[in-house]
Design a protein around this ligand. Structure first.
Ligand code: PEP
Ligand code: MN
Length: 338
């Protein structure tokens, strides 16, 4: 953090500011210029709000030279983090392929899709049991019954499960039963919920908020990590822009930005990004070619009758063709599936 003083700042102002800096546990390093002076603050500034100095009458502006996040920051952890999801590795050259219906509708429906997805090469099964719907009249998911269905299918097929946690009420149940706990876009800044995730042993899939900046997204991961859980995977699922033709705009640049600034893995969800099934194949391929650590794709045996997100789901046959291509791209990049 660097504090630039106003030209009229006096020696007493500088002494006062240096004392304030020391009070925050930092060491001041003052450079006395001919016109203006600047004070560099040496030390860990993550706990210091720049506004504390900005409001001083002698201060012109404060420049933050260090990112606000420390635990997720690649600068302090240069090697890629590999997250182990019940034996499936994601990150550091390992690709996670998550597939399944938007919502768990029944045991038979989930079982059929899970078997097909696994046979094609998916290594994790998704399925919403608790659904965050925009309308209170829309299907809200089967709740705990849906969770039990996912567990039974995992048992039958032998594939770890990913599902969304909506409320702090079910943290314990999810910690018991879910291999990878998903935090949806709408809860990305539910800080109480994020703090509770520090207490769980399971890794977390953190989706990007509907209009979250990279820093806001990374700070949400920082909340989870600071609470004690270091296993966080980012999931880009598109952001709101002026474009209404697609459901959201898929920000593929996030792969590079997240990997440059953090050491955590990032996967891409082309289903929720585009909202259209014909966008899934090209965007999934672009994501893997662009160094994503995995994909989350909605797959449904009969998208026309799906209770949620049918238009952005592909059928198992198309998923199979897509995965053959994804495996070929991963191969060229020297990456392993799982
Ligand atoms: C989902 O994956 O089921 C979901 C609701 O996604 P998002 O939070 O990205 O909208
Ligand atoms: Mn969905």
């Amino acid at each position: 953090m660097v504090i630039a003083l106003k030209p009229q700042a006096t020696k007493d102002d500088i002494l006062r500011l240096e004392e304030k800096i020391r009070q925050k546990g930092l060491t001041p390093h003052t450079i006395h210029g001919a016109e203006i002076s600047v004070i560099g603050c040496i030390g860990n500034t993550t706990h210091v709000d720049s506004k504390f100095f900005e409001m001083d009458v002698a201060v012109d502006r404060v420049v933050q030279v260090q990112e606000a996040y420390k635990l997720a920051n690649r600068a302090f952890h240069p090697e890629d983090t590999q997250v182990d999801v019940s034996g499936v590795l994601i990150g550091g050259g390992h690709i996670g392929l998550i597939a399944g219906p938007c919502s768990v509708e029944s045991y038979e429906q989930t079982l059929e899709i899970a078997k097909a997805a696994k046979a094609s090469g998916a290594n994790l099964l998704r399925g919403g049991a608790f659904k965050p719907r925009s309308s209170p009249y829309a299907f809200q998911g089967l709740g705990l019954e849906g969770l039990e269905i996912l567990c039974a299918v995992r048992e039958e097929v032998g594939i770890p499960i990913v599902t969304e946690l909506l409320s702090p009420e079910y943290v314990e149940a999810f910690n018991d039963k879910v291999d990878l706990i998903q935090i949806g876009a709408r809860n990305m800044q539910n800080f109480d919920l994020l703090r509770q995730l520090g207490q769980v042993d399971r890794p977390i899939l953190l989706k990007r908020g509907l209009s979250a900046t990279y820093e806001e997204w990374i700070m949400s991961a920082e909340y989870i990590m600071d609470s004690g859980n270091k296993n966080v995977i980012f999931c880009e699922r598109g952001i709101r822009t002026f474009e209404t033709y697609t459901r959201n705009t898929l920000d593929l640049q996030s792969i590079t930005v997240i990997k440059r600034n953090t050491h955590l893995p990032i996967i891409i969800d082309p289903s929720h990004a585009g909202g259209k099934r014909w966008l899934i194949e090209p965007m999934a391929k672009a994501a893997i070619a662009g160094d994503a650590d995995g994909l989350m794709i909605e797959v449904h045996s009969d998208p026309e009758t799906a209770l949620c997100d049918g238009p952005q789901s592909i059928v198992p046959e198309d998923f199979d063709i897509l995965l053959q291509q994804i495996k070929a791209i991963a191969n060229v990049l020297g990456k392993t599936i799982g």
